[in-house]
Write a protein that binds this ligand. Sequence first.
Ligand SMILES: Nc1ncnc2c1ncn2[C@@H]1O[C@H](COP(=O)(O)OP(=O)(O)OP(=O)(O)O)[C@@H](O)[C@H]1O
Ligand SMILES: [Mg+2]
Length: 584
Amino acid sequence: MSLRFWINLVITVVVAGFAIVTAYILVGDLKKSINEEIEAGTRVTVQLLETVIASSQEAAEGGDEMAALAMFLRDAGRVRANEIRLYDALDNLIYESPPSVYKQGRWAPEWFASLVRPPLPDVRLELPGGTIVVTPDSSRSILDAWDELKWLGGLLLAFFVLLNLLVFWLLGRFMQPLQSILAGLSQMERGRFDVRLPEYRLPEFASISHSFNRMAQALEDSIFENRRLALIAQQSSDAIIIHDLEGRVSFWNSAAERMFGYWASEILGNSAMKLAPPEKQDELRDTLDKIRRRERVEHLETTRLTRSGELVDVALSAAPLVDPVSDEVIGEICAMRDMTEHKRMQQTEEALEQNRRLTQLIQSRLEEERRNIARELHDELGQCVTAIKSIGTAISNRQDGTSEETRKNAGTIVSVASHIYDVVHSIIRQLRPSALDHLGLSEALREVVAAFQSRHPEVVAELVLGPDIDGSAEDINITVYRIVQECLTNVIRHSQASRVIIAVSRDDNSSMGDALRVRVQDNGKGLDVPDASASSRFGLMGMRERVQAFGGSLDIVSGGPGEGVMVEAMIPVKQPQAETAELT
Ligand SMILES: Nc1ncnc2c1ncn2[C@@H]1O[C@H](COP(=O)(O)OP(=O)(O)OP(=O)(O)O)[C@@H](O)[C@H]1O
Ligand SMILES: [Mg+2]
């Protein structure tokens, strides 16, 4: 039943109640006033009759008193609302007042008359020759009251009908917005969240409209956000799975399809337990227990089974799925990343790191070996050569009859020994630049460049040294030294250059932090690219390996003829493992 019907019904009941109460009070009042009116009328009538009786007795003067009285009564006619009857001594009716002509022929309904009729008795006036009976007749007064009541009732009915019509119309008019609100709600129920209500004039409906529109906007936004999140989840490169606390899957994205080989349609509603290999079942149960306790699982490295029975390494993160209404944990949102490729990369990186350390170790062992050989050459061969040289000198200086030829041969031995000595010292310098040990990198570089310059005066060698290049670890110094040595050898062997610049500086702001920059640039014919990669060449390769062993980089830039080759090495200075390179 509609609201309008109910409101009209309430109005009807209230008006009917009011009408009944009013009628009750009215009937009581009417009864009282009719009673008073009739009583007063009867009293007046009786007084009048007593006067008439006295007058008729005088007029009769011994004649027929009753006839005179009847004549008087006939003249008086009907007195107020009373019927007057005259009886003789034998109770014969001599006279009866005429019936009332007021509203003649009409009567109030008997039920109403009985409600308001006053209980007034007849009044009997005893005469010497008969009796006068006065009967109060309230029927006219009751009819008046009835008419009045009917008019009032009609008025009330008209008012009631008008009121109902007015309320019905007003309600219809003011309830009109309800129709559009209901239409909006039902549209929303069907999933149309873009529906909006207009501005209403009535403030109550205007505020409903505002609230509705705000709610619709919030719903639309959240649905858009949900769709966006669902799309992200669907398109994520990680497998995203949602399942309840028993493991029944309710969401399975395409990355999960690719990773595990099950189509969403195959696995939805089934248990996610089958993804865990037997040895990981306990771990899976532990994860679910954590989720039940509202804890998260972050980056758990584990394995899962694909459809074909292969094991796949995954990193798993899981969070509880909470019902927003009941605030209870109802499931788990689980994201898994395939770590196979990552692990492979990690293994490759580890292998590379191991190679790097191995190279560093080999280089340091090589340097040590060179140092030993240099020491041996210096201590053993150097001493022997010096001894030979002094013996030869002594023989050649002898004046005690030694033949000229012997002295000459001794002189030859001295010069050969001197040559051997020089060669040995040169080899010693090559093997182990002693300046590096005693004077530091700058001095060792100056020495090697000076030696190069004296051996090859046709090439101008320029050495540019920056500040703070000394004081690095020993193996870094040796690496710098060997790079410069190899570059200068290459310049002489391959470049046909007339000029070479060797620059060593410290760059504490490079991409690899604090580093030594070694740059050797010539103005020769440039690099022949295929030659550089020839497998029988070790110079450039060795340089690269040495530099990479420290985590540095080596760039070789070749220009055209006349622009030469530029070799640039960057070697990080703070290399933690540099000094304690050990194979792990
Ligand atoms: N400064 C340079 N100018 C021109 N070409 C060069 C220069 N340095 C190197 N090259 C070219 O690069 C090649 C590789 O050099 P690398 O030092 O690796 O080997 P190599 O000098 O030939 O032999 P080794 O193994 O004895 O050093 C050389 O054969 C040469 O052709
Ligand atoms: Mg070389």
